[in-house]
Write a protein that binds this ligand. Structure first.
Ligand code: SGN
Ligand code: CA
Length: 516
């Protein structure tokens, strides 16, 4: 560690103060790449987020190391896999004495700030300024914890409020003589998907294409698929998640909401200011009326639930996009744009109905993949794209490298500045390692480790000793387990070797899985 800080002392001289770029790292929560028009135009137009990709680089194959919130955040701060930074799942507590990117940047003369969703249990350290949501935070009238430990309720909608706070810091609170690094983290579009009214008005009548696997029977796919509780049909709640007024469905036995669902629904609805609540209830009324009239079951019910989920989820994304636009506009107006590296990403991907699911956690591409794009005038050529496999362990070294600061050896990722600045360049990496831990709370996805190469994926659900081998080229939906297919015997052996190699390389010793 000493050595690292020794190097840091010289870092400010590596790039003249005025040349050192500012960094704005924008991360939303559960924002899948398919809900960004730069990646997929099917569901929503996100012109502001797209602008970052258009004026900079779009990573087509960006992945996470552990597809869940707290762990993704801890990885971004430390550049380490979960087993190294100690934050394994959402029940962990972040060790705030750890060396993180903001601490290193601050030492090197940067001003650092963190605004929005934090979700690491212990309060932020290493920031000159922070203001964070407690835990998951709420959509309407969110509370924010300040540096003096006070928690204040702010009027308005979380995505707007968090952006207001970030713009307020940029305009009035920071020290303009120093370069800055701002982490701007949205709550949206995380469950329970409460949109701002203007976007609810735009989205509540839209119809979206169904994924080919929406009605997939998950029973035929091994223990992990049987145990999971992330089904839109069975686990997404009608009231809290999909805003159906309980009064409409109390008398329909198979639709009757649980007490918890009713309680959560009332909690969220009551946070909406009374004058707006009437309008929100009016916009959602048709859902309750329809259920009361048709009393759907099974596939018929799933069909509706999927559409309502998409309407609310995408309406939440629309607010995120608008607010990204506000930040980009401010950068233009203030003249900061030309010397600021802006990144947009999510803490992971998210199921938008594939396999009938919502949520994340799995090593399957839907949730392991995350959107990632960056704009840095003078460094990244507009319209750059890359198919190189990058991972969220790379974010920390990338931020340091961009700032001209030496990357400490405890970080496990690779700086992406080379790919950003020289289009067509390659990374010295042929596979990605993955380890998911959280079980059984929230959605009961069994712990697993795995390796992903360009073409194949090997997953090991180690508590039940079940393997899954996938040929991504032939089976992009990742439905077919080839582990017992004789035609893939050599691939399986190679992938096991690669898994063991990565496990050793990244020093992930637990669980001990032997020679395989
Ligand atoms: C909450 C959600 C879950 C979600 C976890 C983790 N339930 O518990 O659906 O998987 O957060 O999400 S909710 O009913 O409270 O919304 S994460 O993004 O923080 O990892
Ligand atoms: Ca998340």
């Amino acid at each position: 560690m000493k050595k690292v800080f020794g190097l840091l002392l010289f870092a400010p001289f590596a790039l003249a103060a005025q040349q050192r770029p500012n960094i704005i790292y924008i991360m939303s929560d559960d924002h899948d790449a398919n809900a960004i028009s730069a990646y997929n135009k099917t569901f929503i137009q996100t012109p502001n987020i797209d602008r970052i990709a258009r004026e900079g680089i779009r990573f087509n194959r960006a992945f996470v190391a552990n597809s869940i919130c707290g762990p993704a955040r801890a990885t971004v701060l430390t550049g380490q896999f979960s087993h190294k930074n100690g934050f394994l799942d959402n029940r962990s507590r972040f060790d705030s004495s750890k060396t993180t990117v903001p601490k290193i940047m601050r030492q090197a003369g940067y001003q650092t700030a963190m605004i929005g969703k934090w979700h690491l249990v212990t309060l932020p350290t290493g920031f000159d300024y922070w203001k964070v949501l407690p835990g998951q935070g709420v959509y309407y009238q969110p509370s924010l914890i300040s540096m003096n430990r006070d928690t204040a309720v702010l009027p308005g909608y979380a995505t707007d409020v968090i952006t207001d706070e970030a713009l307020g810091w940029l305009k009035e609170k920071r020290d303009p003589s120093k370069p800055f690094a701002l982490y701007l983290h949205h709550k949206a579009p995380h469950r329970n998907f409460y949109p701002a009214i203007k976007y609810l008005e735009q989205y509540h009548n839209k119809t979206f294409p169904e994924p080919a696997t929406l009605y997939e029977d998950t029973a035929g796919h091994g223990s992990a698929w049987r145990l999971q509780t992330m089904s839109i049909l069975n686990d997404m709640t009608l009231c809290s998640d999909l805003k159906v007024d309980p009064a409409y469905i109390m008398d329909i036995p198979w639709l009757k909401p649980s007490d918890a669902d009713i309680r959560n629904y009332r909690f969220s609805m009551n946070r909406i200011p009374e004058k707006d609540r009437t309008r929100v209830l009016e916009l959602y009324r048709s859902r309750g009326e329809l259920l009361q009239k048709e009393k759907p079951k099974g596939k018929d019910l799933l069909k509706y639930k999927y559409q309502w989920y998409m309407q609310d989820y995408l309406a939440c994304v629309a607010s995120v996009d608008e607010n990204v636009g506000r930040v980009l506009d401010y950068l233009d107006q203030s003249g900061l744009a030309k010397n600021t590296l802006v990144m947009y990403t999510s803490d992971q991907g998210f199921y938008m109905g594939q396999n009938g699911w919502f949520d994340k956690r799995w090593m399957y591409d839907v949730s392991m993949r995350t959107p990632l794009m960056a704009r840095w005038p003078g460094h990244i050529r507009a319209g750059t794209q890359t198919d190189e496999m990058v991972q969220n362990i790379d974010i920390a070294p990338t931020m340091l490298k961009a700032a001209g600061i030496a990357v400490p050896s405890f970080m496990q990722g690779i700086p992406l500045t080379g790919i950003m600045e020289h289009s067509g360049s390659k990374l010295p990496r042929k596979s990605l390692y993955y380890h998911y831990y959280e079980y059984p709370v929230d959605h009961s996805v069994l712990p697993h480790i795995g390796v992903r190469t360009d073409r194949y994926k090997l997953i090991y659900f180690y508590t039940v000793k079940e393997w899954q081998l996938i040929d991504l080229q032939k089976d992009p939906s990742e439905l077919k387990n080839l582990v017992n297919d004789p035609g893939y015997r050599n691939v399986l052996a190679d992938m096991k070797k690669e898994l063991i190699k990565l496990k050793r390389q990244y020093e992930d010793n637990d669980p001990e899985i032997g020679a395989l």
